[in-house]
Design a protein around this ligand. Structure first.
Ligand code: NAP
Length: 1002
């Protein structure tokens, strides 16, 4: 019973002898089972229990409505409690710290098992704190970490490197709008736990509003719990309304169901789906390619418009490059074939409903495509949809390039460079039609044989791609005259080599698109006055131009009369084989286009688009810090697609007028129709930020902020410089706080991109993780002020951003157990929820899925140091989400790694055990350093492979858990070969049986 004010319970207990409230209120107070929660806690402590460990109230947080509660406490034998000597480190020039020390002394006068020894911060070097239990008061007012000085940083390093336990105290006034610096401590402490398992940091955030006396009582509780705890000890405490709270990472079912609801994916026969269209969530990750519901193209058709039900779509290398983000586009598939299903009431063309057509349009890989009539033509009789889709684009480009553009004449000599490709083969067909003398280059004997038999080209006319060979071949076979026309579609070919093969009055026609990432053409130094022409075809704009109609009709006519045909043996895939289709395109050996054939009755998955209405207000401005970063750029594009019209993208460097990539990016956004400002502004500088905002007063009011700025300066805490500490903190701490202060208070949303590294701790990133947990605290603070705010702790983001751009960082994070990935689509789904003021804002902190301990075990990844902290205890009971046996396609290759521990226990001899250890070291190093396992020679010392002290500590943890041996960082970095190190480690390994070790000794 916890509510003395409730009438019923005092009445019942009052009936018991001696407990009548009327008779003797003192007795009721002292002996009645009706006590407040605080009184229960004190009573349990006084009577040999561990205090109120867990309280589950019958009325949730509404304590005044609560009548009873379930309370859990453990019996502690007071006479067995060891005496703890606590070394209280404080700044002797700080009155508040000294005063609090006084309160603690007072609190402890009646406690026999704790003694406090004050240690002034200025002289900690003089005290031997080795393996001591320290109480750190130096950050009591929260001013330390955000304003850290070099000497203070060094002192902190000393403390955490020698002490056994550090209880870190911090007061927070939840009612004041002050920098919530308490948020920095968990990020620092969680990372320190992952860097050093010999010192335990316990953070205690005290509630200033509840008074120092109450705080002192709670600190004593923490000291007792920290020194006497059994099992996994608690190491984060937050005092709220006078009670100590502990944090847990748990599943947020509401958020999961709201944001990532499974029902959003439907599966039905293709023809029954509502407008599926192909898209990719994260460029570069083929597994994120999927069909998504596309907006209805509307009822009213213009006189030129037709709607085609798509039956087959051609895909080529360009589509593959789009899927990889190497060509910035969203449209997949342009050549298509299908059936006309709608035309306008007063058409200007002769196409009719039910006509079978083929042609070119953008984004053809969808159920129905709306296009202009000039883009389609009736399919010649007896031609299959798949053949029509396979040939229409290449034949049209080849026909235009050779016949209309370079005016190829009957009997001319033509060199078709790289004739093996689908476009090259189309050019060969046209050249044959014009009875040309054909020369071809290709890459291997097999393709040469294919071209020879397929097109009856003489063997000696088919030459290797090597410039000197084809130049001399052409020269020899044309008696030094050269060819009249050269056709090339290879983006990286040196055109000058081809130019040399051209006869006077010759034409070199280049159809390779400039948008290709490996496009490298330079024609500026071509000699003038040789009566030769260089012609450049841009396939994309050609295919969209009305002139295309004429080309398409002619190609259709030539097909009809059997003069041209579709390529033989077209690779055909169906709509459910997209990943395989793109892999086929990826394989350079195939070098062929393919066709996706639609099966109308085949069940197909499609993501529903619930978001018909635009998310952002076109009359408002949105502030996007970090908008030029990898993730920020994608968010900026997405915001504009979702209706944002005014964006401010600050950058510390000059963008406007710089001619930089950033300026080009701004132009791309402006081309999307938005008003973009890119002021030079460091958000960590409040004056600069305020100045910037005042100069942008001509924009509509700011209604939302996304804060995705970050600076990464990795180093273990032991080696952290003060410069790196503040460089990483600046955008996250000062930057976020300045935005909180300088932006209007009535924003629709304020979203900070924090990181799951803040939640899990991340080796070598104490500055970054502290910045991230600060953002989590700031989000909670703003929410308390009634401002819609979220901090989203993302796991590793794939496809874009700093991690995606640094393969070594990715590998390191994975080796450290951060295997969970977030796609851009996940980010957009979360943003859609957070930016929508109509959605609830109950929790300010969102964490995207974390790697579970069970996942790591399944993968054979050694759990990182610090992973067993109490905050993660819920994660430990969850089952693994990876069924490694089912890993297929391009799902992340989370192949189970074999930890050496099991193999070592089954080793047959000591030599066998050493071999197992050597191989395991090679595997682990290759994972950590992103090098091939075979490149690691056991004769070499580990440091030869660039292992630094950061990676050495990582290896140390792995040796301890995977090999069962304690190996110091110095030993790992020593100048001793891997094989010799393995022998040393083998002797120490707890997994290698003693008899094997003894056998070795004998
Ligand atoms: N990438 C990931 O896998 C990942 C994972 C979890 C969380 N996140 C979070 O996602 C966000 C974006 O990450 P990212 O990978 O896109 O980072 P990024 O590519 O490094 O971009 C960060 C951007 O922040 C800007 N910036 C830094 N300090 C600034 C300051 N004081 N004022 C204004 N701008 C500043 C930088 O621009 P200037 O240099 O021009 O100022 C840079 O463009 C970060 O908050 C990060 O913590 C990312």
């Amino acid at each position: 019973m916890t509510n003395r004010e409730h009438i019923l319970e005092p009445f019942i207990f009052g009936l018991l002898p001696g407990l009548s409230q009327k008779k003797n209120p003192d007795v009721v107070l002292n002996q009645s089972p009706i006590m407040t929660e605080g009184e229960w806690g004190d009573m349990l402590l006084k009577t040999g229990f561990s205090g109120l460990d867990i309280l589950i109230s019958d009325a949730g947080f509404l304590t005044e409505k609560s009548v009873s509660a379930v309370m859990i406490s453990s019996a502690v034998e007071s006479n067995t409690l060891p005496q703890i000597d606590v070394y209280a480190i404080y700044d002797e020039s700080n009155a508040a710290q000294k005063a609090f020390l006084g309160y603690l002394h007072q609190e402890l006068t009646s406690q026999k098992d704790i003694s406090i020894n004050p240690v002034p911060l200025s002289s900690i070097e003089k005290h031997n704190l080795d393996q001591c239990f320290c109480l750190f008061l130096g950050d009591l007012d929260g001013n330390l970490l955000a304003h850290l000085q070099e000497d203070q940083l060094e002192k902190l390093k000393t403390i955490v490197s020698v002490a056994r336990t550090v209880v870190w105290l911090n007061f927070q006034d939840p009612l004041a709008d002050e920098l919530p610096t308490y948020g920095l401590i968990p990020g620092l402490a969680r990372t320190l736990a992952s860097e050093n398992n010999e010192c335990r940091i316990i953070s205690v955030v005290l509630d200033y509003a509840k008074g120092v006396q109450n705080a002192a009582t709670n600190v004593v509780r923490v000291l007792k719990s920290a020194s006497h705890a059994t099992g996994i000890p608690e190491d984060e405490f937050y005092e709220k309304n006078g009670l100590l709270h502990i944090p847990r990472v748990i599943t947020d079912g509401v958020m999961r169901d709201k944001v990532f609801a499974e029902e959003r994916i439907v599966r039905a026969p293709w023809k029954k789906l509502e407008n599926p269209g192909l898209t990719i969530a994260t460029a570069g990750h083929l597994r994120t390619i999927h069909f998504e519901q596309t907006p209805d193209s509307g009822d009213t058709l213009g006189p030129d418009d037709i709607v085609v039900a798509v039956k087959a779509v051609g895909l080529d290398n360009r589509d593959y490059l789009v899927s990889q983000g190497q060509i910035h586009d969203k449209a997949f598939g342009s050549s298509c074939a299908g059936v006309v299903v709608r035309i306008s009431h007063s058409p200007t063309h002769d196409l009719r409903v039910d006509d079978k057509v083929f042609g070119i349009t953008r984004s053809a890989l969808r159920q129905k495509v709306r296009c202009k009539s000039f883009q389609m033509h009736r399919i010649p009789e007896n031609m299959e949809f798949s053949e029509a889709a396979a040939c229409v684009q290449v034949l049209c480009i080849a026909y235009f390039s050779l016949i209309q553009f370079s005016r190829l004449r009957k009997g001319e000599r033509i060199l078709i460079h790289y004739g093996k490709g689908t476009l090259g083969q189309a050019a060969i067909q046209i050249a044959k039609l014009y009875e040309c003398d054909i020369f071809i280059t290709t890459d291997n004997l097999e393709s040469a044989a294919f071209l020879r038999t397929q097109f009856a080209v003489p063997e000696e006319h088919i030459m290797p791609l090597n410039a000197s060979e084809f130049c001399s071949g052409v020269n020899r076979m044309t008696h030094g005259q050269g060819v009249d026309v050269i056709f090339t579609s290879a983006p990286s070919q040196n055109l000058y080599d081809l130019w040399q093969c051209l006869a006077p009055f010759g034409r070199l026609v280049d159809t390779s698109a400039k948008e290709y990432p490996n496009y490298s053409k330079n024609t500026s130094n071509f000699p003038n006055g040789e009566n030769k022409s260089m012609l450049s075809v841009d396939p994309q704009s050609l295919l969209q131009a009305p002139k295309f109609s004429e080309i398409l009709s002619e190609v259709a006519r030539l097909i009809k009369y059997g003069k041209l045909k579709a390529p033989d043996s077209i690779p055909i895939f169906h709509q459910n084989e997209l990943v395989n289709a793109f892999k086929f395109l990826q394989n350079e050996d195939n070098n062929r286009d393919l066709v996706i054939q639609i099966r109308d009755n085949e069940p197909t998955a499609m993501t529903l688009s619930p978001h018909k209405e635009r998310l952002f207000n076109a009359e408002a401005t949105y502030f996007l810090a970090g908008g030029f970063g990898g993730v920020g750029r994608s968010v900026a594009r997405w915001m504009i697609e979702q209706g944002a019209q005014y964006l401010i993208l600050p950058s510390r460097s000059t963008v406007e007028g710089s001619g930089s990539e950033r300026e080009k990016f701004v132009q791309q956004l402006r081309d999307q129709g938005a008003d973009i400002r890119a002021p030079q502004c460091d958000i960590a500088n409040l004056d600069e930020l305020k100045d910037t905002l005042s100069q942008l007063k001509d924009m509509p009011p700011i209604k939302g902020c996304v804060q995705a700025a970050m600076v990464v300066r990795d180093s273990s805490f032991a080696k952290m410089t003060i410069k790196d500490w503040h460089a990483s903190l600046a955008p996250k701490v000062r930057g976020s706080w300045n935005l909180h202060k300088a932006l209007p208070v009535d924003l629709d949303f304020f979203i900070m991109f924090s990181s799951s590294t803040g939640i899990m701790g991340s080796f070598g990133q104490s500055n970054y993780t502290a910045g991230n947990t600060f953002q989590d605290a700031l989000a909670a603070h703003r929410l308390q002020l009634g401002q819609r705010t979220f901090s989203i702790a993302f796991s590793m983001i794939t496809g874009v951003g700093w991690v995606a751009e640094n393969s070594q960082v990715q590998a390191l994070l994975k080796a450290r157990g951060m295997i969970e990935e977030v796609t851009l689509n996940d980010i957009f789904e979360l943003l859609r929820f957070c930016c929508d003021a109509g959605q609830p804002n109950i929790n300010s902190q969102i964490i995207t899925p974390l790697s579970l301990p069970a996942d790591l075990r399944t993968m054979g990844i050694v759990e990182p140091l610090g992973s067993t902290r109490a905050i993660y205890s819920y994660l430990h009971i969850l089952p693994s989400r990876y069924d490694v046996s089912a890993a297929s396609g391009d799902k992340p290759a989370h192949q189970p790694l074999k930890l050496p521990s099991a193999a070592l226990q089954n080793a047959l001899s000591f030599a066998n055990a050493i071999d197992i250890i050597i191989e395991a070291i090679q595997t682990q190093l290759s994972n950590l350093l992103v090098v091939g396992k075979d490149d690691i020679d056991p004769k070499n010392p580990i440091h030869k492979y660039g292992v630094d002290s950061l990676v050495a500590v990582e290896m140390r943890n792995w040796f301890a858990k995977g090999v069962g041996a304690d190996v110091s960082s110095a030993e790992i970095l020593d100048n001793i070969g891997i094989a010799d190190l393995a022998k040393k480690v083998g002797v120490r390994s707890k997994y290698v049986k003693d008899d094997l070790k003894e056998g070795r000794m004998r």
